[in-house]
Design a protein around this ligand. Structure first.
Ligand code: AMP
Length: 286
């Protein structure tokens, strides 16, 4: 496995791979890898001939400088994990290369980017869309693999790819979880043992809501309330938002109908975690 530090090198390597008629599978990450990331890596390897994983903590998607500073980084450990997976290239450029001083061009996926995560973290999706476009342009993969854990991010990336007519297939995989249901996240490392226990409230809230939909609850507010109450029952948890939205446009649903996503963002202690669950309304019984 080769660790590539510079944009021009990564471009050249990928150009040569494509010239040999081989497909590139790409997984963008911010490092501190866990089994969720590795599931994406495995799929990318299955879907293509050569694999590229980027490890880049993207400053442009952090609205809070302290959050950026505290984000865990450990390239040596990440590299070991990726070698074990048989990855071909890791791309880990310095931030100044990705954002030359005075960078003036940004990608804005309108509307979708302003809701939910975008409302709580202004500029977040502008940073995400911009870095993903840059990475896709550097690597030019056949397929890029993302996690449904960041459901709104997948929607933003899909919309950008569609609107800008990019030649790449976007694949999204389900969320990998610990045994107790908590979604794997690089941020979980910052939780104390007590907070890690309290974090269980998040999957439990999603599960309770899914159970209610399954049982025929048809009031979206009641579903949101149920999930919120489960979260608020936990002292160490502070809810940022709980929303039931349409899976296509992420607008709140007026009725429990069709394909929906229940999204949760909550602080557990100081650590902000997100999770979501895909929900489908019960088919009408005749
Ligand atoms: P990050 O390093 O957090 O930016 O995540 C890189 C990619 O891994 C994104 O596409 C995430 O959605 C995905 N990812 C993060 N956590 C998980 C998880 N628990 N299961 C599956 N994919 C994940």
């Amino acid at each position: 496995m080769e660790i590539v530090r510079h944009v021009y090198q990564m471009k050249e390597i990928c150009r040569q791979i494509r010239q040999r008629g081989r497909k590139i599978g790409f997984v963008p990450t911010m490092g501190s890898l866990h089994d969720g990331h590795l599931a994406l890596v495995r799929r990318a390897k299955e879907l293509a001939d050569e694999s590229v994983v980027s490890v880049f903590v993207n400053p442009a998607q952090f609205d809070d400088p302290e959050d950026l500073e505290r984000y865990p980084r450990d390239l040596a450990r990440d590299a070991d994990l990726l070698i074990a997976e048989g990855v071909d290239y890791v791309f880990s450029p310095p931030p100044v290369e990705m954002y030359a001083r005075g960078s003036k061009t940004w990608v804005e996926v309108e509307e979708l980017s302003d809701r939910l995560e975008g409302a709580s973290r202004p500029g977040h999706f502008r940073g995400v869309a911009t870095v993903v476009l840059k990475l896709l342009e550097i690597v030019r993969p056949t397929v890029a693999v993302f996690g449904q854990k960041d459901a709104q991010q997948v929607a933003v990336v899909r919309r950008m790819v569609e609107d800008l007519m990019l030649d790449v297939e976007i694949v999204a995989l389900p969320t990998e979880r610990d045994e107790d249901g908590v979604a794997l996240s690089s941020r979980n490392r910052r939780l104390s043992p007590e907070e890690r226990l309290a974090a269980r409230a998040i999957p439990e809230a999603l599960e309770a809501a899914a159970g209610a939909v399954e049982a025929g609850e048809d009031d979206p507010d009641a579903i949101v309330r149920m999930a919120t109450e489960r979260l608020e029952a936990e002292d160490r948890v502070r809810v940022d938002y709980v929303r039931l939205v349409d899976a296509r446009d992420f607008k709140p649903v007026p009725a429990v109908e069709g394909d929906m996503v229940l999204l949760v963002a909550a602080f557990v202690g100081e650590v902000r975690l997100i999770d979501n669950r895909h929900l489908r309304s019960r088919p009408e019984r005749s």
